[in-house]
Ligand binder design. Sequence first.
Ligand code: NAP
Length: 319
Amino acid sequence: MVIKKQSRVLILGSGPAGLTAAVYASRANLGPVLVHGIQPGGQMTITTDVENYPGFAEVIQGPWLMDQMRAQAESVGTEMFSDIVESVDLSKRPFVCVGDSGQVFEGETLIISTGAQAKWLGLESEGSYKGFGVSACATCDGFFFKGKTVAVVGGGNTAVEEALFLTNFASKVWLIHRRDKLRAEKLLQDRLFANKAVEIIWDHKVEEVVGHSNPRSVTGLRLKSVSGASRRDLSVDGLFVAIGHTPNTQLFEGQLDMDEEGYIVTAPDTTKTNIPGVFAAGDVQDKIYRQAVTAAGSGCMAALDAEKFLADGGASAVS
Ligand code: NAP
């Protein structure tokens, strides 16, 4: 028999946004239910040292931080379920989510915090050095490359911003792009071209990340020209992959308003989606900041928005 798990606040996703929403909704006595998928803790569980999450003078580990957030959410009363949500029905309240276990979750309100995933090049060697010199977040990891040489792959706004940011630490930044022009905004391109610490390698792809196995560290890249005519080796201490992110929003297609890249659209200064009672927090609706602390902040906002929605009597409260 299928058991329905009913809640006033149903939260999908267990990164900083979902867990912070859970803490706030629990402490508002809303008895939240949180469902997490195969990567409990989200993107933070694949990072190592974290030095920019406020409140910790010593370096902490991403997985440890997420364990703490989870324990905090549970200690204030959040009920957690592990399930892969396969379908959602947002056409009426309560909203219904069905997991692949067959479990049905119903929420009078729904907070979507399913996050986003960095796109990777898909190389085996890239996987071997993730967290050991290969990163998808310069803001998180740039600090570890003081005085070193790094490369950034990509030609969009993120790649250019990351390359510029990395010049604050690295003595040399290579930007590797697969075409002969960037798609980043002109203003950013001008800044990049003017920065003496950056050198661009056009029309090349990364074929392999090279390094030591003990201690695991990156020493270089093997590049291949797009035409396939030539190869070159580049000595670097780190690689930043900046070829875009994919928000985890496929489940909500056709039901929620999204932008052209699939990010859920929220009303300015709130976490409200186009469906009253459905809120979105964290990287699933943020393609600019993408930080654990900003995700946590928007998770807090989503819980407060859900609380207000319920206190005001549901749909009638939505402006
Ligand atoms: P993006 O604009 O989609 O650019 C991705 C870049 O990676 C492109 O240059 C693409 O090359 C390259 N690329 C994709 N797959 C690749 C692969 N397999 N190998 C090598 N290169 C690959 O992504 P983004 O820069 O992350 O930006 C995403 C969105 O956020 C954009 O709308 C952007 O404007 C926005 N954003 C805005 C700001 C800001 O306003 N300050 C900052 C960051 C991001 P091609 O050019 O050849 O396709």
